[in-house]
Design a protein. Structure first.
Length: 220
């Protein structure tokens, strides 16, 4: 406890922490805008509210000081990153809408399986904040945390889009369930090697989507 708040958040010493905070803020903006408010153009977390949340995490969880300037950088870049998610989502939705029923539902099945694999692989994400509070932020690799979090969130975003697009296409729960059951049987008949290849291709797509984002919306 003697060292509490002696450290100050800065780019030189805490670059990975700051970039992780940016990604987490971007996801919070996405959840508020897309998930909770169905893409309402006016529905974004206000900068003062977002600032307060980031500040609380830094001071209460990380237990370090931070200048207002660096916290506002996190808020601003998080918002910009979220705008990328929104643009990507619109483009992918157009692609999904052009797919045949089978291919659309295959995207759903593959995304669901891939997300399951990633959530298991990165299951340690769930306990990291508690670990930081107890042992200090030095015990966590924030670059790993950021990269893992991005993968899980992107896979989930793609899965939810496939689910939503399929519901819009089949209109009713009955028709949706019929199509789902029909193509699930076909999908399950694929060999383990074939399914593994589809999941590998999906993994590459997720990685490419993350890699292709504007590097200026993170710090270096």
């Amino acid at each position: 406890m003697l060292g509490l708040f002696k450290k100050k958040l800065n780019v030189t010493d805490h670059l990975d922490i700051i970039n992780c905070l940016i990604i987490e803020e971007a996801e919070q903006q996405w959840n508020y805008h897309a998930v909770e408010n169905n893409f309402d153009k006016e529905a974004f977390r206000g900068s003062s509210f977002a600032f307060g949340v980031v500040e609380m995490f830094v001071t209460k969880i990380l237990k370090i000081k931070a200048d207002d300037k660096i916290l506002m950088v996190v808020v601003d870049l998080g918002h910009r990153r979220c705008q990328e998610y929104i643009t990507e989502h619109k483009d992918l939705k157009k692609q999904y809408e052009k797919l045949k029923d089978k291919d659309l539902l295959y995207q759903l099945f593959i995304a669901a399986k891939y997300l399951e694999i990633m959530e298991e692989k990165y299951r340690d994400l769930k306990g990291m904040n508690e670990k930081i509070m107890i042992e200090g932020f030095d015990v966590v690799d924030f670059k790993y945390k950021k990269n893992a979090y991005e993968i899980v969130c992107e896979a989930n975003r793609m899965l939810q889009l496939a689910v939503k697009t399929s519901k819009e296409r089949f209109k009713t729960s009955e028709k949706s369930n019929q199509a789902y059951d029909k193509y699930q049987i076909v999908f399950n008949k694929l060999t383990a090697t074939e399914r593994k290849e589809l999941i590998k291709n999906f993994s590459n797509v997720v990685a490419d989507r993350i890699e292709d984002r504007n590097p200026n919306n993170l710090l270096d």
